[in-house]
Design a protein around this ligand. Structure first.
Ligand SMILES: *Cc1c(COP(=O)(O)O)cnc(C)c1O
Length: 434
């Protein structure tokens, strides 16, 4: 134990873990068990009623998952975290935790396809309405807020527009209305972007992407910024007795928890939505995400460098109609990227090939190193056609709203040798030329 605040590279290896008290194991052990033996009756009662934190059943808590949760909370500067079965489960859980039927969400219209579908098609069936706004002007968020609004939701780097929002301006609007700002930081990662430093209150991640980096596991994380007043009158679930747990009041119990601070949001998410909806992360996958996290900063440093070089290469290429990458001076998001993403504008970019859909299709089918698949954030470079795959379930009108175009290709740039990646793109352009 020390008072020193460690740097990112140190924390990604050490935060949230001490060598296993039972065996001294240096690596985080995989506690692949459903349940934990209670010491005695008193312990069983204390843990089951949450008078004490402890392990009882792995749907709700597990020691391997707990290290992953503590590590991501440390890296992002939050008060606590929750691991779940996927990024989609993270988003759904984060929203359900603070909404009821009849409530409203205000979100940026540039969203991951699955999130778009959740907001536009699925949540309305459960009485939740989402207003999607053009995030370019932060005032659009303010204009969409009604007395029923419970949260504002945006992504660090929008999908597939690769746009960057003025987070601090949106956070000020959220704060003025007593609403939390939830940011999907999947494309940012805690290394490139720390949303809580800019006024966000909750983050969600698809750990499937950069946090793993190895493309082996599906998982998600929710991080509580510990900086939102859930007793501000907009969220009575936090300030009235909870019948699911013998009538305790979440805000009284977890609003200022000794040693942790404000953990009311993340504890409530665990006790209600992880317990009742059950999207638990397996300890084995938590272990794999911990392996990925150990190298997060090193992978990202390399990936943003490769992405910047590839964006510049594409922008200069005669067969390219346009490139979206906030690291380019030509990007309308360049100034905001320099402010919020000084270590690099992510490793994901989109571009349009001249000629339209047919040329895009030929290009994608010609790549040898870039893998044609539906994922991002892998150490391996990936390529996809958003209009067919990631946003393929959307109607044409919805695609237009989300910024999806027929000639659009999305790259997720990995850690390979830059020369090899450029070579692959060159030979694909040659294939398109025929
Ligand atoms: C992939 C992704 C998700 C969904 O995560 P899964 O782990 O696939 O469920 C959510 N948001 C963003 C930005 C994503 O890229």
């Amino acid at each position: 134990m020390t008072d020193r605040t460690y740097g990112f590279a140190t924390q990604q290896l050490h935060a949230g873990q001490s060598p296993d008290p039972a065996t001294g194991a240096r690596a985080v052990p995989i506690y692949q068990t459903t349940s934990f033996v209670f010491k005695d009756f008193a312990a069983a009662k204390a843990i089951s009623s949450v008078e004490e934190f402890g392990f009882d059943y792995s749907r709700i808590t597990n020691p391997t998952n707990e290290v992953l949760e503590n590590r991501i909370a440390a890296l992002e500067g939050g008060s606590g975290a929750l691991s779940v079965a996927s990024g989609s489960a993270a988003t759904a859980t984060a929203i359900l935790n603070i909404t009821h039927a009849g409530d409203e969400i205000v979100a940026a219209k540039t969203l991951y396809g699955g999130t778009f579908n959740l907001f536009v098609n699925t949540l309305p069936k459960h009485g939740l309405k989402t207003t999607l706004v053009d995030p370019t002007d932060p005032e659009n968020f303010a204009r969409a807020i009604t007395p029923k609004t419970k949260l504002i939701f945006v992504e660090t780097i929008g999908n597939p527009d690769i746009n960057v929002i003025d987070f601090e301006a949106v956070a000020r609007i959220a704060e003025a209305h007593g609403l939390p700002l939830i940011i999907d930081n999947t494309f940012g990662t805690p290394f490139l972007f720390r949303p809580f430093d800019h006024g966000a209150n909750v983050t969600v991640h698809s750990a499937t992407k950069f946090i793993g980096g190895h493309g082996t596991s599906i998982g998600g994380l929710i991080v509580d910024g510990g900086n939102f007043n859930w007793a501000n009158g907009n969220f009575p679930d936090f300030t009235t007795p909870d019948p699911a747990y013998g009538g305790f009041v979440h805000w009284e119990k977890w609003g200022n928890y000794p040693g942790a601070g404000n953990i009311a949001y993340i504890i409530k998410a665990r006790l209600h939505y992880l317990r009742d909806f059950g999207a638990a992360l397996s300890p084995f996958n938590a272990f794999l995400f911990l392996q990925g996290l150990e190298t997060l900063s090193f992978r990202l440093e390399r990936q943003v460098k490769n992405a910047q070089a590839i964006a510049e290469f594409l922008e200069a290429h005669p067969q390219v109609a346009w490139v979206n990458y906030p690291g380019l001076k030509s990007s309308p998001h360049h100034a905001l990227a320099q402010k919020y993403l000084p270590k690099g504008a992510g490793s994901i970019l989109t571009f349009g090939v001249k000629g339209g859909f047919e040329q895009a299709k030929r290009f994608i089918e010609a790549t040898k190193l870039f893998s044609f698949l539906a994922n991002v954030g892998d150490s391996k470079s990936l390529i996809v056609h958003p209009a067919t795959v990631t946003h393929g379930q959307l109607t044409e009108a919805e695609q237009r709203l989300a910024g999806v175009k027929p000639e659009q290709i999305r790259l997720s740039v990995g850690t390979e040798d830059l020369d090899d990646l450029i070579w692959d793109l060159e030979q694909s352009f040659a294939a398109v030329r025929g």
